[in-house]
Ligand binder design. Structure first.
Ligand code: C2E
Ligand code: CA
Ligand code: CA
Ligand code: CA
Length: 277
């Protein structure tokens, strides 16, 4: 846990006091960043193996900081969670993704965009209303957006998570358990969760061609998911060998640098025309 929290400090040099001060500044900055248009979304394509087609994208937030340059989410999402800024951040991401989704809908593209929810979001009783509000504003259909929730976030408060997931499901939302395999959920709990897919954590996927244990875990998760009638996604697919093996294991959907890095929405059409994966 301490190690994960420290990951957020990677950006900063200097002693602990200095780090704290810089974090406080960064939090103030984040508060303003939303209004100042410093946040942006990149989109990473997802490919369905059976059809060999892009079946959707995942929205991943970036922060173009005036002093620190482009910050990856690991540098600020956790900070936002610890300081109550995650709800405004989540709502900004959802609203921006819906705006993009609306534009793609106008172009006749009906493929969903996945949005990440955090552990804190799952405990926020007002979140649902806010989500409904955003959907209403854009005249969005339930299938426009899919939600990804990490297994560890779900396990932080299994009862509240179950309630939030059930409520999201009542809105007809498509739900995915993210980073699956790292959160120690029991099979009994998993079976009760109203989710549609599992996303295998990239730590298993990136190692599966070099480590037999990882390959076995990936194969087992695929089998488990299919036995529970869930779609299975593999993330962190970096090379052709991994892609081939996932195909042999019966994985449904893949995502990773082998297909594409996350890219700005403006580049998506061009990328799709030119891509040769
Ligand atoms: P995640 O949801 O598990 O997203 C996957 C991360 O892996 C992304 O990093 C993505 O760029 C990266 N990735 C994709 N393909 C590959 C690959 O082939 N190899 C490797 N090594 N990495 C790959 P990113 O964009 O830096 O995001 C990191 C994490 O930050 C995300 O993990 C997610 O937990 C969180 N995050 C990102 N955007 C949001 C957001 O809008 N809201 C919330 N709550 N969290 C977000
Ligand atoms: Ca995700
Ligand atoms: Ca993930
Ligand atoms: Ca992750």
């Amino acid at each position: 846990q301490a190690k994960r929290a420290n990951a957020g400090f990677a950006l900063f040099q200097g002693g602990l006091d200095q780090e704290c001060a810089q974090h406080l500044t960064l939090m103030g900055d984040l508060r303003r960043a939303i209004d100042r248009n410093e946040l942006l979304l990149y989109y990473q394509p997802k490919v369905e193996i059976a059809s060999n087609r892009v079946c959707g994208t995942e929205a991943l937030v970036r922060w173009r900081h005036p002093q620190h340059g482009m910050l990856p989410p690991d540098e600020f999402v956790r900070l936002a969670e610890n300081t109550g800024l995650i709800t405004p951040l989540t709502l900004w991401v959802l609203d921006t993704a819906l705006g993009q989704r609306y534009a793609w809908h106008e172009e006749g593209d009906e493929r969903p965009i996945s949005v990440n929810l955090s552990a804190h979001d799952l405990r926020d009783p007002r979140l649902l209303e806010r989500i409904q509000g955003s959907f209403a504003t854009w005249g969005a259909k339930p299938h426009w957006i899919e939600f990804e929730l990490t297994e560890s976030a779900l396990m932080e408060d299994p009862v509240a998570s179950m309630q939030t997931l059930s409520a999201l499901k009542e809105l007809d939302a498509h739900l995915t358990i993210d980073d699956f395999g790292t959160g120690y959920s029991s099979l009994a709990y998993l079976q009760k969760l109203p989710v549609d897919s599992l996303k295998i954590d990239q730590s298993f996927v990136t190692r599966m061609t070099s480590n037999d244990g990882s390959a076995k875990i990936v194969r087992s998760i695929i089998e488990l998911a299919h036995n529970l009638d869930l779609t299975v996604v593999a993330e962190g697919v970096e090379d052709q060998l991994t892609l081939n093996q996932l195909g042999q294991f019966g994985c449904d959907i893949v995502q990773g640098y082998r297909i594409s890095q996350p890219i700005p929405a403006e580049q998506f059409r061009d990328w799709e025309v030119r891509s040769t994966w």
